[in-house]
Design a protein around this ligand. Structure first.
Ligand code: SAH
Length: 275
């Protein structure tokens, strides 16, 4: 049990909504606030990306309310989900809105929170570990390293209509940042890679696809930018894609692989350069 008093955790008040990030999968990556909320919520409204092991941490009397796709039917619309959360809060429930990763990173958390503001409902935001940082760390890929990059760009490969976002200046993205982390990009990866290479990214730059990061099904494909486009159809979802020199660091930092016997290279960057 968490010692609420020592951690100074706030009470989960009836009629309030907590918008909480569940992290990329591993229940150990939940925050103390997220765990506290799971222990107190009357209802947990969760998305498809929330790991089932995390839902089992909800208090036994909590209702589990799935807000994703049901039996192949399309997902409820965003206004429907917001309306459901508002209704539950007005019924004086403690409503835990649980989202994969971080609720404010490509997670529509801001939209839901603004709907709560409009409805006059009190809420709290509990950030989570986002797949594009923590998920990559589980693959032994840091998003920054002093020798490779001083900037990182997070991009979505999907707009709200499901297409490659045209509003994005792909040329600027390709040129502006040595490391690119792409969410929701597997489906359109061939077209995204084409745009990046057309804008000047080297086809032989290292790139990786990390599927089911931080879960027992984690799978990592390391290749080059040009080749990951072809591999994308065989990679399971959800998957996060990373492009840039930081991918080379996995040879030294695949700590999960090391538990399974992989030999780690303490100089993964210099070794590559010498070749
Ligand atoms: N709010 C979430 C992102 C939601 S968008 C976060 O902060 O992580 C959904 C996308 O997140 C997926 O298409 C995938 O790109 C990524 N993602 C989420 N969980 C993942 C996981 N366990 N492994 C790999 N990618 C993941």
């Amino acid at each position: 049990m968490i010692d609420n008093a020592r951690l100074g955790l706030p009470d989960f008040e009836p009629g309030h909504v907590w918008l909480v990030g569940a992290g990329p999968g591993d229940p150990g990556l939940l925050s103390a606030l997220a765990l506290h909320a799971l222990g107190q919520a009357d209802v947990v409204v969760y998305d498809a990306l929330v790991d089932p092991r995390i839902l089992r941490l909800a208090q036994p009397a909590a209702a589990l309310d799935y807000a994703g796709k049901r039996g192949g039917r399309p997902s409820p619309s965003q206004p429907d989900i917001s309306a459901r959360i508002i209704r539950l809060a007005r019924e004086q429930k403690r409503v835990l809105r649980l989202k994969g990763g971080d609720p404010f990173v490509f997670g529509r958390g801001a939209e839901e929170a603004l709907a709560l503001v409009a409805a006059g409902i009190s809420f709290r935001i509990v950030p989570g570990i986002t797949a594009g940082i923590g998920g990559l760390a589980y693959a032994g890929i840091p998003v920054t390293h002093r020798e490779t990059n001083s900037a990182v760009t997070f991009v979505t490969g999907h707009n709200s209509a499901g297409a490659v976002p045209d509003g994005l200046d792909w040329k600027a993205i390709a040129r502006g940042s040595p490391v690119l982390v792409l969410y929701m990009a597997l489906k359109h990866l061939p077209s995204i890679v084409g745009r990046l290479i057309a804008a000047g990214r080297a086809g032989n730059e290292p790139a990786a696809i990390v599927s089911n990061a931080s879960t027992p099904d984690q799978q990592v494909l390391v290749s080059t930018l040009r080749e990951i486009a072809e591999l994308s159809s065989s990679a399971p979802t959800p998957a996060i894609i990373v492009v840039g020199e930081v991918v080379r660091l996995r040879a030294g930092l695949d700590w999960l692989g090391a538990f399974a016997g992989r030999q780690l290279d303490p100089n993964p960057l210099t070794r590559e350069k010498r070749r």
